[in-house]
Ligand binder design. Sequence first.
Ligand SMILES: *Cc1c(COP(=O)(O)O)cnc(C)c1O
Length: 433
Amino acid sequence: MDFYSTKTPSYKVDLKEAVIRSLPPDNGLYMPEQIPALSDEFWANWREYSFAELGFQIVNPLLGNDIPEADLRAIVEEAINFDAPLVKLTDTLSILELFQGPTLAFKDFGARFMARLMGYLTRGDDTMLTVLVATSGDTGGAVASAFHKVPGTRVVILYPKGKVSALQEKQLTTLGDNIHALEIDGTFDDCQRMVKAAFLNRELSEKLNLTSANSINISRLIPQSFYYFHAARQLPEGMLPTFVIPSGNFGNLTAGLLAQEMGLPIKHFVAATNVNDVVPNYLKTGDYQPRPSTATISNAMDVGAPSNFARMNEIYSGNWEHMRERIEGYAYDDATTRDAIKRTAESHDYQVCPHTAIGVLAAEEWATSHPEDHNVVLATAHPAKFLPTMEEELGAGATHIPERLACLSELPKEATLMQPDEQALQDWITNTL
Ligand SMILES: *Cc1c(COP(=O)(O)O)cnc(C)c1O
């Protein structure tokens, strides 16, 4: 399968280039040249496969010409080694728990698949692959965990000192081995600037085989389509889901659109955002107005210029009417979100993180005009990752902390403190790696 740039459709690259380089030189986004429809044989068996086998059967028509079947199956099996159960709250509302992976957010799906695919595509290369990533929270933990001990790879994570939560910091700084954490005495923007400058240094970039684990990498999107199928098959046969997706950069929603293009029957999509409502506004007005982001309690969705919008546009050939026929958009502020956390715990005895709470709100709003739909809200993170907010709404000790998060607080942090200086990073890379 070749991949083309959304900005210059005639510009095409192979799988390795698209995955390792992440972005085309024209700053567009890579898209698969074709989205193959799944076979009759798939549809005869899709309800019976294990989750990993389901993933393999979905990805094989896309990448089967690039990767031999046994290797591709092994990559999917190693990546998708945890479940995504559908929890029914009412006859018309279910929650798809995407937070059962090692770092307790849906980003584990994309990061684990990408890490194994990158390891596979660069096997036999002379130079080790060095993944450079700046994080403001969730992404760094998922990427670190995903690449931990993957042969032929090492990861350098830059995070802003004092600006990530205590548990998030532990997720970045306690793995060791091929994972290096740099604590930058500055902001997230400083971290991003330093990473960019290192990439722009061609000599360094080529010598160290630098790559980015950015969320716009196409290989993070592909495995996220798997759980739309897995959710649909957990509903009674013949019941079509309406998917409600808490969104920031819109990668998760775009993966759902891919699933639909591959032939999965889906009733509707509902995009749910916090006050960073650029896409809901576009769906209402046809006017796309990106702007600087506003900070909220659902911080993983604080995005003012969603990068995957270019891919959504591509799927609908830039046709606003067509996009509107498939996707509804709603937005909510922090006070409403807090109220939803409390109400969901009270009425359903079920705790949702601030991002998922926005999905629950959107499902409720959609249900007022579509009472017959069965809404599936994607639960993007475990509530324990956002403990301060949960405690403010539900009281101290109300939220269960899973063992793999709780045990992190015992582990010693290992990070290198660094000034927010582009040269300091490049010197460190040259001298240390
Ligand atoms: C990244 C993230 C989101 C936003 O997902 P997109 O694919 O960027 O729309 C929502 N919730 C949580 C918890 C996240 O980590």
